[in-house]
Design a protein around this ligand. Structure first.
Ligand code: GUN
Length: 281
């Protein structure tokens, strides 16, 4: 069997057109342009690329974009002061602090300083807690994007076994909760899981977010499974996922490619969250 490719770029483009239409409609009704502020501290090249893409995409759907590029030696207090200014800035509806931050800055302290109503990354403890107990919250963008891909592909989740490999606060834990919310039976695996292959081979839906190139191979996948590869790893100047695509596509029923799978969805959901933040304010 050769898997069908889940085209995240095409799905993302469809959603962004819809977001742009809603932004225009919202502006016509209220006079408000949704605004996103992104803070980048330091000069990590990957982060610079991500931030540039976020800026471009924000403007393209008709939103107001503000990027604050700060030097690596910026103090935690100066960063907190900027977050506080943006919390009180009526032009800004969403705030994103690009991670990772330099080592002298405590990420949690910074995330907790963002007003929960402007936390379009969904990383604040208030939003994470609301997700856990099933209240309305901002969903973290990558897990939200994964759920939109599954919805678009009409993947049945009720009663299915979803296996998530990776337990990060950004992807693994929240996507497990979202799959649970859709009535999947969910298993979370991680670096200490004994016999990982025995677990992943049970998955009707397999989500992999570990940041290790080609970590999951075709022999670890149940025939016909839906495979969502969250990894973006640079190997010999090429981007590869956490799933070994060549062997996996011979076994899976559907699979996301890298690049062009989950990646484009993350920014799309950030735009959706920013629009939602503007509507809620
Ligand atoms: N760094 C890598 N991914 C992300 C993300 O989704 N949000 C933020 N703020 N930083 C990141």
């Amino acid at each position: 069997m050769t898997a069908a490719i889940i085209d995240g770029k095409a799905i993302s483009n469809l959603l962004r057109k819809e977001i742009a239409r809603e932004v225009e409609e919202f502006r016509a009704e209220t006079g408000i342009t949704p605004g996103l502020a992104v803070i980048l501290v330091g000069d990590d090249p990957a982060s610079q690329t991500y931030v540039r893409n976020k800026e471009r995409s924000t403007v393209k759907v008709g939103m107001y974009s503000e990027v604050h590029r700060l030097p690596a030696e910026t103090s935690q207090q100066d960063l907190l002061n900027l977050v506080n200014e943006l919390n009180n800035d009526p032009k800004i509806h969403g705030i994103l602090v690009q991670l990772p931050l330099p080592r002298h800055i405590d990420e949690n302290t910074v995330i907790e300083a963002i007003a929960p109503g402007k936390d379009v990354d969904g990383f604040h403890a208030v939003n994470a807690g609301r997700l856990l107990i099933g209240q309305e919250s901002f969903l973290p963008c990558t897990p939200y994007g994964i759920m939109e891909l599954l919805k678009h592909e009409q993947v049945e989740l009720k009663g299915k076994h979803a296996v998530v490999v990776g337990r990060s606060n950004i992807v693994g834990k929240p996507v497990a909760l979202l799959l649970l919310r859709e009535h999947a039976t969910v298993t979370i695996c991680h670096s200490r899981t004994a016999d990982l292959g025995a677990m992943t081979r049970q998955a009707d839906v397999l989500v992999v977010a570990v940041g290790k190139p080609n970590f999951i191979t075709g022999d670890m996948i149940k025939p016909g499974a839906v495979v969502i590869d969250v990894g973006i790893n640079r190997v010999d100047d090429q981007l590869v996922g956490d799933v070994e695509f060549a062997s996996a596509k011979e076994v899976a029923g559907k699979i996301t490619p890298v690049p062009g799978g989950v990646g484009p969805m993350t920014i799309t959901m950030l735009l959706k969250n920013t629009l939602l933040a503007a509507k809620r304010c």
